[in-house]
Write a protein that binds this ligand. Structure first.
Ligand code: AQP
Length: 332
């Protein structure tokens, strides 16, 4: 079976609708057909400088949400990145294979460092995509299910795999992105041309998976739309309505043209109400299961230990090849 791998950062107290539709929902679907590895990338989260308590809390919440969304510890390896030491080791080796110019072209670094002032951004933020390449190559992943914002990083992972294989002999599988066009970029409800994002969306622009029905409904009803009244998809002139149509279509499985026909002549109010309801109905059981899992830390940690053991077995094997191929002496 082809292997998939992906990760999510514990950088907030909840995932948002973009994370869910763009990534996690695919992860759940792929575990039936693929050999699946999914992780909470706490090493990556260090780039935003969390306090120790914050990181611990958010890592547990993220893990609980993954299980609550439907990942099954039997069918997938669900684990925490820092439990597998090989990620940091391979990252260093790949950092030494990456050009400064090449790393400097990453647009996510440019955007994020511009926000804090270039001199203040950490070196970790700069090398972030190389750690991500290590995450992927360590597991010999064939496919990486992500949102559109990760396309460029995936390209770097492919380049690094090919470069390493060329210099040191066949070592890594060259991964391909797995991106579903319809949900590759869920946008901010208040700024429907920008992606919904943990770090840059305003609270009104983001729908959190663990949020209560009341605020979720309010936010959808207040989502920015245009002055017209027709519910039709039109990226250019109606980005807000287009985003809401995509959300409803993705959740319900109803094609967009069918939704357009259903709401013809009804105005935005009825449509938004329905979108709010499907979001609330999707999130409520996930929230309840997450809360339950968080109430039993010992069980949650046990589930993560099962995942870490599966992940470690693969990571250790890949690293043995890497160490040998690159010319390190055998470990005494
Ligand atoms: N708006 C989105 N639409 C579709 N997919 C999205 N993803 C994120 N935002 C959207 C996908 O979610 C996965 C996990 O993301 P991450 O934890 O690595 O976070 P991120 O890309 O850093 O997500 P955020 O919320 O936007 O955080 P910030 O603001 O810190 O960048 C990834 O597969 C991502 O593509």
């Amino acid at each position: 079976r082809p292997r998939v791998l992906s990760g999510i950062q514990p950088t907030a107290d909840s995932f948002h609708l973009g994370n869910y539709l763009g990534a996690v929902r695919q992860w759940v679907a792929l575990q039936d057909t693929h050999d699946a590895f999914y992780m909470v990338v706490d090493l990556h989260a260090l780039t935003v400088n969390p306090s120790a308590a914050e990181l611990t809390r958010r890592t547990r919440i993220a893990a609980a949400q993954l299980f609550a969304c439907g990942l099954d510890p039997e069918r997938s390896a669900v684990f925490v990145q820092s439990h597998v030491r090989e990620h940091a080791e391979l990252a260093w080796i790949l950092i030494c294979q990456t050009g400064m110019g090449e790393a400097g072209r990453m647009t996510q670094f440019k955007d994020k460092s511009a926000k804090v002032g270039e001199g203040s951004a950490s070196v970790g933020l700069f090398t972030y995509p190389i750690l991500q390449a290590a995450d992927i190559l360590l597991y010999q992943a064939d496919q990486v299910p992500v949102g559109a914002d990760q396309k460029q990083h995936l390209e770097l992972s492919r380049d690094l795999a090919q470069r390493f294989n060329h210099r040191f002999g066949p070592t890594f599988t060259v991964p391909s992105p797995y991106i579903l066009k319809e949900v590759e970029k869920i946008t901010d409800l208040q700024d429907p041309t920008a992606k919904m994002s943990k770090s840059s969306s305003s609270p009104q622009g983001i729908l959190d998976v663990l949020e209560q029905p009341g605020p979720l409904r309010k936010k959808v009803m207040r989502a920015v739309t245009d002055t017209g009244s027709e519910v039709v998809a039109d990226e250019e002139n109606k980005p807000g309505i287009t985003n809401l149509l995509r959300i409803q279509s993705a959740i319900t499985g109803t094609p967009v043209p069918e939704l357009e026909a259903r709401y013809a002549g009804q105005g935005y109010g009825t449509f938004k109400k329905d979108v709010a309801e499907v979001v609330v109905e999707t999130f409520a059981p996930i929230r309840e299961r997450t809360e339950k899992l968080l109430g039993d830390e010992a069980e949650l940690d046990r589930m993560l230990a099962v995942g870490a053991a599966k992940a470690r077995a693969v990571a250790v094997e890949t690293m043995a090849h890497v160490r040998e191929n690159i010319g390190f002496l055998p470990t005494p």
